[in-house]
Design a protein around this ligand. Structure first.
Ligand SMILES: [Zn+2]
Length: 465
């Protein structure tokens, strides 16, 4: 059976959307995200299609993968989706996606992007009426000839890798964002097949080698110790979904092991509490490091798992933010957003940048020209221009130390190469990455095997037999 892969909008890091069309007429979309760049939100490019899409599978709940889902409600019965189309994904992805979509809609409403300010009904239609939850390794029949399974992708809670198999033995894996390495709370990707036909591969960090996660943890300890020794504070800019929970858990581990002093730990971010709630409501999918973390240990359920796990963490808002800035006591804050462009992390940066005692630390991907990106290249003592919530600018002097630790939830080049070598696909299709990341990954992969490497551009179709 022939299979056609259409890279609708999944070539680079923007709104994700790819399509698979099988020879028996089955067609399925993969993700339907929202771009969240500095130039404003962007919806996926939708190519002209010869047949309507019957299914959609969502890999995980980051906005660039799910942010345009409610728009599907209006596309149904139109030129794109069949009237009774079904959406697949994990239960955790659905729970997280609901929160992310409500939050994104509120932000877009405030900014006047009314087309992206979804109603509760539109969100419910895609995440409840049409959504069929799957567990990892569950298999569904898309047609008598095509099945789909979801494998654990690592990355964030609920993230899955869709895997398709046809009755004549053709197998295709679409990795989505994935991490082969274990993170503090999320176990690494799990895929045990090899000799498959096609792997559509996330190339986000195809050109990079990450620092080991153990070294990153020690580096976090070192930063906290350095700042507290001089009575300073440390602010970590974190993404609300995934990174905040990881950073907090690492800090608590360090505290428990007495590798850092017993100072107050704060989490600040509108979404942080809700996302953390969902993380802990899916506690059996989280990774526990030792028996005292075991959610089934006596007393854990009575106390409330989240309260027990996050004991010693105070969730704060705007009022406490101002108070903290004037407090002379050392503390650690994990604040959203991850690139310091808006939200609490921007506020903490503004409040704390002036003091050379403090450390401001980025913990993830910093888009070009984002505040975090500019901050990292600002020399100490120089002025940085910050965007204000009302669209204006304000100048701050960066006297604090600016640092970065790697806690990536994506595989790096050695991990990607290891994964491809293990799975041994005939074709590797590089997606979701910058030109240079894909090019460098292609060079590395070409040394390792005889797989055919494809680097498609937006709108390109690849036919496999
Ligand atoms: Zn992601």
């Amino acid at each position: 059976m022939s299979v056609k892969l259409i890279i609708a909008d999944g070539d680079d890091i923007g709104p994700q959307f790819n399509i698979l069309e099988f020879g028996d007429g089955t067609s399925i979309g993969i993700d339907f995200g929202l771009g969240v760049g500095r130039s404003g939100p962007s919806v996926p490019y939708t190519p002209e299609l010869k047949r309507l899409i019957q299914y959609l599978v969502v890999t995980h709940a980051h906005l660039d993968h799910i942010g345009s889902l409610p728009l599907l409600a209006d596309m149904v019965g139109g030129r794109f989706f069949e009237p009774n189309f079904t959406i697949y994904g994990t239960k955790a992805t659905r729970d997280l996606a609901r929160l992310m979509l409500i939050d994104s809609s509120n932000i877009n409403r405030k900014r006047g992007n009314l087309g992206l300010a979804y109603s509760r009904e539109a969100i419910a239609e895609v995440l409840e009426d049409r959504y069929v939850p799957m567990r990892f390794r569950d298999t569904v029949d898309l047609s008598p000839q095509v099945t789909m399974s979801l494998y654990r992708a690592g990355h964030i809670l609920g993230a899955g890798m869709p895997f398709f198999a046809t009755s004549n033995g053709f197998r295709i894996l679409h990795t989505g964002n994935f991490s082969t390495a274990d993170q503090r709370l999320i176990a690494g990707a799990e895929f045990d097949q090899s000799g498959i036909d096609v792997m559509v591969l996330d190339s986000t960090y195809g050109g990079r080698t990450h620092q080991s996660r153990m070294l990153s943890r020690l580096r976090i300890a070192e930063l906290i110790n350095r700042a507290t020794a001089r009575h300073g504070k440390v602010v970590f800019g974190v993404f609300a979904l995934g990174r905040l929970q990881e950073v907090i858990q690492i800090i608590l581990d360090l505290k428990k092991a007495e590798l850092i002093p017993n100072i107050p730990v704060y989490a600040d971010g509108g979404l942080a509490w809700g996302v953390t709630d969902i993380y802990f409501s899916h506690f059996s999918e989280l990774r526990w490091q030792n028996i005292t973390d075991n959610p089934f240990a006596p007393g854990m359920m009575e106390k409330g798992l989240k309260e027990k796990m996050f004991e010693g963490v105070t969730f704060i808002g705007e009022e406490e933010r101002e108070r903290l800035a004037n407090d002379s006591e050392s503390c650690v804050v994990a604040a959203t957003s991850g690139m310091f462009d808006f939200g609490p992390s921007r506020g903490h940066l503004r409040n704390m940048a002036d003091s050379p005692l403090n450390i401001v630390c980025a913990t993830g991907y910093q888009a070009e020209e984002s505040t975090g990106d500019l901050l990292l290249s600002t020399e100490r003592g120089s002025v940085l221009s910050l965007r204000t919530p009302d669209g204006g600018r304000e100048q701050i002097t960066v006297n604090c130390e600016v640092e970065r630790v790697n806690l990536s939830a994506h595989s790096d080049q050695p991990e990607l190469c290891g994964f491809v070598t293990r799975v041994k696909p005939k074709h590797v299709v590089l997606t979701h990455g910058s030109e240079s990341a894909k090019f460098r990954l292609a060079q590395a992969l070409a040394q390792l095997g005889s797989w055919k490497i494809h680097i498609p551009v937006k709108g390109e179709e690849i036919e496999f037999d």
